[in-house]
Design a protein around this ligand. Structure first.
Ligand SMILES: Nc1ncnc2c1ncn2[C@@H]1O[C@H](COP(=O)(O)OP(=O)(O)OP(=O)(O)O)[C@@H](O)[C@H]1O
Length: 206
């Protein structure tokens, strides 16, 4: 279980983005986080993934606070991100981007998100935004992380691809019972498929 306890976070000391936020995310469940643009959803994912450190409060994994020394290990072993801007390595192929994460065969996982063998052999830079987004999803799926954090993972996709990607993310949590998937989204379709829908407003989750 991943927990946030009394989290305060600000980029500048004058205005807090997250204010005494508490939340618990259970294995085997899919969470959708909704909220107005700029309310702090990406910030919340960064804290959950150990990319940002809260000013106050703790992130706990299975009941134990993760201290700063443990963060690199936590990021590498427990968490996978699907970033809003994909964060693929441009000069590597789609397949090579996945090979950096896992020794498993990348091609079947890429196939699942609709990236065929020919596209898999192309440099990420040469793929469309939607194709890059699907490679980023495949890279998270192959990681075997216990927590998958997705920032608008269907934002660049047509309806059919968005639906396929959402189903894969839901399956990741439901078929592998110890996995937790947390999705920041503006999509009602994605929210409808989540087990729990939370709204970030005024710095807290409701
Ligand atoms: N690196 C930064 N430095 C200073 N302020 C930042 C930084 N990143 C984000 N902010 C501010 O923090 C607030 C929350 O930003 P965040 O990106 O978390 O929102 P969001 O809910 O994910 O937005 P969106 O839905 O538009 O992607 C915003 O007011 C934003 O301007």
């Amino acid at each position: 279980m991943l927990e946030l306890k009394n989290i305060n976070f600000s980029y500048n000391r004058n205005s807090f983005v997250l204010k005494n936020l508490n939340a618990a995310f259970l294995p085997g469940k899919v969470y959708a986080i909704l909220g107005a643009s700029g309310c702090g959803k990406t910030t919340l994912l960064s804290i959950l993934g150990g990319l940002d450190i809260p000013d106050e409060g703790s992130v706990l994994l299975n009941g134990r606070p993760i201290n700063e020394k443990e963060l690199p290990d936590y990021r590498r072993k427990e968490v996978a991100f699907i970033f809003q801007n994909f964060n693929l390595i441009d000069y590597l192929t789609a397949e090579e981007n996945l090979n950096l994460i896992s020794t498993l065969d990348a091609l079947p996982v890429l196939e699942k998100v609709g990236i065929d063998k020919k596209l898999a052999k192309q440099n990420a830079l040469k793929l469309s935004g939607g194709q890059q987004q699907r490679v980023a999803v495949a890279r998270a799926l192959i990681s075997d992380a216990s927590v998958l954090l997705a920032d608008e993972p269907t934002g660049n996709l047509d309806v059919a691809n968005a639906d396929a990607v959402t189903k894969l993310l839901v399956n990741y949590a439901h078929n592998l019972e110890d996995k937790c998937v947390i999705i920041v989204t503006h999509s009602a379709d994605v929210a409808n498929q989540a087990d729990v829908v939370l709204k970030l407003e005024g710095g807290i989750l409701k």
